[in-house]
Design a protein around this ligand. Structure first.
Ligand SMILES: Cc1cc2nc3c(=O)[nH]c(=O)nc-3n(C[C@H](O)[C@H](O)[C@H](O)COP(=O)(O)OP(=O)(O)OC[C@H]3O[C@@H](n4cnc5c(N)ncnc54)[C@H](O)[C@@H]3O)c2cc1C
Length: 387
């Protein structure tokens, strides 16, 4: 019997942790490292749409995700005066799955860690790769601790600023700022919203997403050039002021706008994208997830794409074929799909930011009323395509 594959995953984020389970379930010996001392993440919540839910089903996490998360059938779009413009569905209940499930990021990471441990994966935290050499038979990794270990495959799931991408694929794939930012904060769900609502503002939007009956999170997205550094003690106040400026103080959101002023742990994320063209591997070193393809969050699918990457890799590695054939088949299956989602995520962001002047704002409102539900249905169908 062939020896099980020995695989190192660099990065214990959404993609790395779920891929660890996917690979362990096909019999691989998986080790995960992360430079952080413990599992943690910026931002309060996120959503998994049909593609992400399918992928977590594939690795045996679906029931726990459904139990932990909040089903969100669609999004209500409002203008800043509180007029409902359109309701967009996250899609039909394909395969008995909700169109989208929203959940706490930390809770998802804890769940994915537990699944990886249950599947026999091992972890080294506060650890990075100091050196990596490879030949035809194996990759030799030297860790920041000084320890050395041999692996059949090293996977860089180390996110937007990936060290593995920089060291083995070159600086030319560095993140590109796309001129927008997100401000995120957890808030009480006073109005008991059951599905996300969007308030379109001038040149950006506010989105409120429920995580439970009591908790929701606000994401404020707005065009903002440069990367100003803000005073960490004033983040809540700045986010509040941004929200008021964006929406003219939207009366119908008054409670949420006031709550932002007192929010803790406000996360500020300038948007950047990464696209590494074919191939995402150099011999036994491969990058996946945000390290290979960071999109904007406008289709709510970056995390889902990272999970899909790992599921597809595990499916190909489980086949009776060489590592190179498995890698080539992963590329054939992933490149067109991820590129289409990434492109749409950028277009969608630019459409929203182009609403600053009164005329552009009015055009945007008409777009949200009439055209956005159709654009959204395109996104639903794109995400529903098999991977
Ligand atoms: C505002 C916003 C909202 C979003 N909403 C959604 C959503 O609703 N749905 C969705 O599907 N996606 C969403 N996304 C995208 C999603 O968060 C990312 O696509 C996803 O987190 C990528 O997962 P990843 O595992 O590839 O990378 P990451 O989550 O970034 O994980 C990378 C990990 O690598 C570790 N690491 C980094 N460098 C090193 C190193 N040198 N050595 C060791 N470890 C290292 C980090 O500590 C981290 O744990 C959103 C993104 C943003 C910014």
């Amino acid at each position: 019997m062939a020896e099980p594959l020995k695989i190192l995953i660099v990065g214990a984020g959404i993609g790395g942790l779920t891929t660890a389970s996917a690979l362990a379930r096909i019999g691989a010996r998986v080790e995960v490292i992360d430079d952080k001392p413990e599992i943690s993440v910026a931002g309060v919540g996120f959503g998994l749409r049909i593609n992400g839910l399918r992928a977590v089903r594939e690795i045996g996490m679906l029931e726990d995700v459904l139990a932990m998360g909040h089903p969100a059938p669609g999004i209500d779009n409002y203008d800043s005066e509180g007029n409902l413009l359109s309701t967009m569905s996250y899609g039909t209940q394909d395969e008995g799955l909700p169109g989208c499930v929203t959940m706490s990021r930390v809770a998802f990471l804890e769940l994915a860690t537990q699944h990886a441990l249950d599947n026999g994966c091992t972890f080294r935290m506060s650890t990075t790769v100091s050196a990596l050499t490879q030949d035809d038979d194996m990759a030799l990794v030297t860790f920041s601790s000084g320890d050395q270990e041999e692996y059949d495959l090293v996977l860089g799931f180390d996110g937007l600023n990936s060290q593995i991408r920089r060291d083995y694929f070159g600086e030319k794939h560095a993140p590109r700022p796309v001129g927008g930012v997100a401000w995120r904060a957890g808030l009480p769900n006073r109005r008991k919203i059951m599905q996300p609502i969007i308030c379109q503002g001038h040149g950006g939007k506010i989105m409120l997403t429920p995580l439970s009956e009591d908790l929701m999170y606000m994401v404020l997205t707005v065009a903002e050039e440069g990367r100003p550094r803000y005073d960490a003690n004033k983040m809540a106040e700045i986010m509040h002021d941004r929200a008021v400026a964006l929406t003219g103080g939207a009366e119908f959101l008054a409670d949420a706008l006031e709550d932002v002023r007192h929010a803790e742990n406000v996360a500020y994320t300038p948007y950047s994208t990464v696209w590494v063209p074919y191939p995402w591997f150099r011999g036994r070193v491969m990058i996946m997830g945000d390290a290979a393809h960071t999109m904007t969050p406008y289709l709510g699918s970056g995390a889902a794409m990272s999970i899909e990457d790992g599921v597809v890799l595990a499916q190909e590695l489980a086949k009776d074929q060489s590592l190179l054939d498995a890698q080539l088949n992963v590329m054939k299956r992933r490149l067109p799909r991820v590129r289409a989602v990434l492109d749409r995520s950028i277009e969608s962001m630019l459409e929203e930011f182009d609403s600053v002047t009164p005329e552009a704002y009015r055009a945007r409102i008409e777009h949200l009323r009439h055209d956005e539900p159709i654009a959204n249905e395109y996104a639903n169908r794109l995400l529903r395509m098999p991977y």
